[in-house]
Design a protein around this ligand. Sequence first.
Ligand code: NAP
Length: 438
Amino acid sequence: MKTYRVAIVGAGPAGYFTAQALNNSCDNERNFLIDMFDRLPTPWGLVRSGVAPDHPKIRTVTKVFEKIAAEPNYRYFGNVELGRDVHISDLEKLYDVVVLATGTSLGKKLGIPGENLPGVISAADFVPWYNGHPDYVDVNPSLTGKYALVIGAGNVAMDCGRMLALVSHELSSTDIADHALEVFHNSSMRDVTIVGRRGPEHAAFTSPELRELPKLDQTDVFIDSQQITEAIARVGNRMESEKDLRSNLEAMREIAHAEHRGNERRLSLAFLLTPLEILGDGKVEQVRFSVNKVIDDKVIATDESIELLCDLLISAIGYEGLEIPGVSNERGRIANNDGKVREGVYVVGWAKRGPSGVIGTNKSDSSEVVKKIIAELPATPKGAVDISGSLSGEKVVTHDGWSAINAAELSAGEAVGRPRRKVVSWSELLSLGGAKAT
Ligand code: NAP
């Protein structure tokens, strides 16, 4: 029996699905010891700090992660940042295989005038803020105005728009961060518009997300029915042959024709508008958009432009990865060849393919990379790993440390009828997790 040591950097879905695929490929000839590293004291990546709090079902995948973490071949090293606490070359020396599952945490920039005005924030900051990521507590967006615009027609834009449009009591039984619940509770935002630059037929929303909009009972949802009728006419026969497209456009048509309840809160989906300039005196006040049209499935700007009122602008137009010392970055992701970075180093998840796909997409993606890893395993494993020379044990939050944080959050939540109350300060996370800050 050969025992291979694998370091997985990043404890999000792609990292866990990699561990699962490695475990599934153990046989009489080989097995794996898995060390998982994360820069946060807490694991679960985007499942903890990305998934919207009003989508608790999506979070149930943590049961799978917990099962993997309970296996005797798994160790967790939280509060360990690659490049700061340990260099990739240290891991390469110690482990037979290093898998990078570091995601893409930076929000893409709109690159238009006014982007630096107060009141303009990226979903890459807004989402982890409401989810209690300890690095984003100070984002503290002002929700004191009435009009919010969310740029982008993908599921992240949808999450941000929906969160802004909900009544705070709809969030009070979720695991949203306490600080965010308070800000949403005092929010005066009443008119939220999600704006796509292309047509309804090009939107990146998935239909389950669209189909939950009519179920919001405290918020009226609007789509211009003419935009949908025109989009359906443009796609023609593709309505029959492309199931996802049909499902999206049908969901949007239903919303466009739905009766409104007369709620004070409005959530609108608008299309064919490209943001040109963010205007305001000392803070965002309006956004100027070019009005676009679709010709032969191509989106082109007309001579027309419009200005929309805006007290808060969230850009949700995609992500790119942070540079990691020791690996090259290419178009916002880690340069790789079908998951291989170099001999013994692999990449999975958004860091590999860019920010696309739902959580489950990472399962098949990680499995494919693990097939490659197995095919390329060295004939002789390196032997026992002693990481203490490269990393001070005192600063590490182990799996037991995380379990203590988890238990504290769950019991604090239970006391107030919520699934969990997240600990959002670094010092408290480290102290609960039994680790030192340095
Ligand atoms: P996305 O699905 O790629 O959508 C990005 C949107 O931003 C697109 O509509 C894109 O328009 C637009 N965009 C890009 N650059 C722009 C610019 N300069 N100006 C205006 N608009 C611009 O990305 P995402 O919403 O960040 O989501 C990432 C992945 O996570 C997706 O696969 C998504 O499904 C997934 N996710 C899933 C869930 C869920 O399952 N509930 C929740 C959140 C996220 P173009 O198409 O014109 O480029």
